[in-house]
Design a binder for this molecule. Structure first.
Ligand SMILES: [Zn+2]
Length: 243
């Protein structure tokens, strides 16, 4: 790590020019920013960020993606970003077709326009349009980089199910209780057609609930604390940042 930091430093102007404008980084103190810079340097050296559909990935774009990804591991460490190496940036929302087989063996295909996608053990795919908007003009609870990299943390122990590998001092039982009770309450609200305090997309699955909750934790923690104090408490223990 020390060698990477010495040989591949992020130029001062580039670092400050980009990070100053990223909403999710406001509120970090000088020590946290210095640590984030080290992690971002490591990220840029160890992972590749490639453009798709002819998108040219510039140094400021690389820093914007890497630094928001590293926000998640500020207190977790680089081991949490093991088992994948590539980030792919599309210019905007991208179209994907997934096939799945139903219980009687019929294959269905669904086509969606996505702003991000995270493959277990594979790349993270992001729409640069959305990264840029969420970086500079975020809606509360929206950050596509945080969302997709939260899936990466979640998939680290095999299953992407809303239970990332917790660190020492945390209880899997308490995590599961706090997150599943909030998730089930949200699902009931959505089923009843009620409006929800956080994005109803979180009711899609426990994995999406964790990813969306992480977006709120880093961009609008007061909303999460208000609606789901148990989830906020668990994420504060996990991510370790006083949000
Ligand atoms: Zn997701």
């Amino acid at each position: 790590m020390r060698r990477i930091l010495r040989r591949h430093p992020i130029p001062h102007d580039l670092w400050h020019g980009v990070t100053r404008q990223i909403a999710a980084l406001r509120g970090l103190d000088a020590v946290q920013m210095a640590h984030l810079r080290e992690l971002t340097t490591w990220f840029l050296h160890s992972k590749s960020i490639n453009g798709a559909q002819g998108l040219e990935v510039t140094p400021p774009m690389r820093v914007a993606v890497a630094t928001q990804a590293c926000l998640l591991i500020l207190n977790l460490g680089i081991d949490y970003f093991d088992n994948w190496v590539e980030v792919i940036l599309y210019p905007g929302a991208f179209r994907v077709t997934h096939e799945h087989m139903d219980e009687i063996g019929l294959v269905h295909s669904e086509t969606d326009d996505l702003t991000g996608e995270s493959w277990s053990r594979g790349p993270v795919i992001l729409s640069w349009d959305d990264v840029e908007r969420d970086s500079h003009h975020p809606e509360p609870g929206r950050n596509v980089v945080v969302h997709e990299f939260a899936h990466k943390l979640d998939s680290l122990n095999g299953a992407t199910n809303g239970m990332p590998p917790l660190h020492g001092g945390m209880s899997r039982t308490t995590w599961a209780e706090d997150l599943s009770s909030a998730y089930e309450a949200l699902c009931r609200q959505v089923a009843a057609g009620e409006s929800t305090a956080i994005d109803a997309y979180a009711a899609t699955s426990p994995a999406e609930f964790f990813a969306v909750s992480s977006e709120y934790y880093f961009t609008a923690p007061e909303i999460l604390q208000d609606c789901c104090p148990g989830v906020h408490r668990q994420l504060a223990l996990f991510y370790g940042r006083a949000a």
